[in-house]
Design a protein around this ligand. Structure first.
Ligand SMILES: O=C(O)c1ccccc1N[C@@H]1O[C@H](COP(=O)(O)O)[C@@H](O)[C@H]1O
Length: 228
């Protein structure tokens, strides 16, 4: 773990997503993850059932948040997830409208799918942030084929992160293709409230790699330390 003197000025929150195994959940928590995501999207290679998400969520100690990820799920499916993991935060990664996201009366994370390459510059992120005013967090993912978890980044330099309207309320979560190698730069540039990673800490889809998790978290902590 990187040491900062006298202490980090901020502590970027870390969510690790797409866990399917007990050992991975235990390791992510020991390593310092703040939130653990379970994918309740049957088409994902990382999908778990609500019952399996509940088994894994039972391993979480206090102050580590379970997150249930959905893609265009029916309200009944979201409710089934919440019955299984009642303390969960919701994450909507599909085409859900603000009203659909808010309909469950629960805090939720809304994933914005930012076009890759030069397309990012044409994406009105400020308008998106305004549209989802009821979201507890706006997660910035790259728009890939499928709905996410693609290990692809968008051009972080396409936006003015110093715009107080964009970064208002400390609710941005940087995601999409983060790895132990690029996350320090991403955090230093965007200064998000949190980061979310799936592919970048995996040995195979749904199977996390303890060494990569350790390196990822150390790299985030490095970004939290004031630069010399
Ligand atoms: O992980 C998935 O399979 C997934 C499926 C559908 C929507 C989102 C999904 N994962 C989320 O995508 C982002 C970026 O992931 P990656 O780090 O680029 O692999 C992240 O929020 C995952 O939680």
């Amino acid at each position: 773990m990187t040491a900062c003197a006298p202490f980090p000025l901020r502590r970027t929150r870390i969510k690790i997503c797409g866990l399917t195994r007990e050992a991975d959940v235990r390791h992510a928590v020991r390593a310092g993850a703040d939130a653990i995501g379970f994918v309740l999207y049957p088409a994902s290679p990382r999908a778990v059932t609500p019952m399996r998400a509940a088994e894994l969520a039972r391993l979480l100690p206090p102050f580590v948040t379970p997150v249930l990820l959905f893609v265009n799920a029916t309200p009944e499916d979201v409710q089934a997830g919440l019955r299984a993991v009642p303390q969960a935060l919701l994450q909507f990664h599909g085409d859900e409208s603000p009203a659909e996201c808010a309909a469950h009366g629960r805090p939720y994370i809304r994933a914005a799918r930012v076009p890759t390459g030069a397309g990012a510059a044409g994406f009105d992120l400020l308008e998106y942030v305004r549209q989802y005013a009821s979201a507890q967090a706006i997660l910035l993912d790259a728009h890939v084929q499928g709905y996410g978890g693609g290990g692809v980044s968008f051009d972080w330099k396409a936006f003015d992160w110093s715009d107080p309207l964009l970064n208002a309320g400390d609710r941005l979560v940087l995601s999409g293709g983060l790895t132990p190698e690029n996350v320090t730069d991403g955090v230093r540039l965007v200064r998000p409230w949190g980061v979310d990673v799936s592919s970048g800490v995996e040995q195979a889809k749904g199977l996390k790699d303890a060494g990569l998790i350790d390196r990822f978290i150390a790299a985030v902590r490095q970004a939290d330390c004031p630069q010399a």
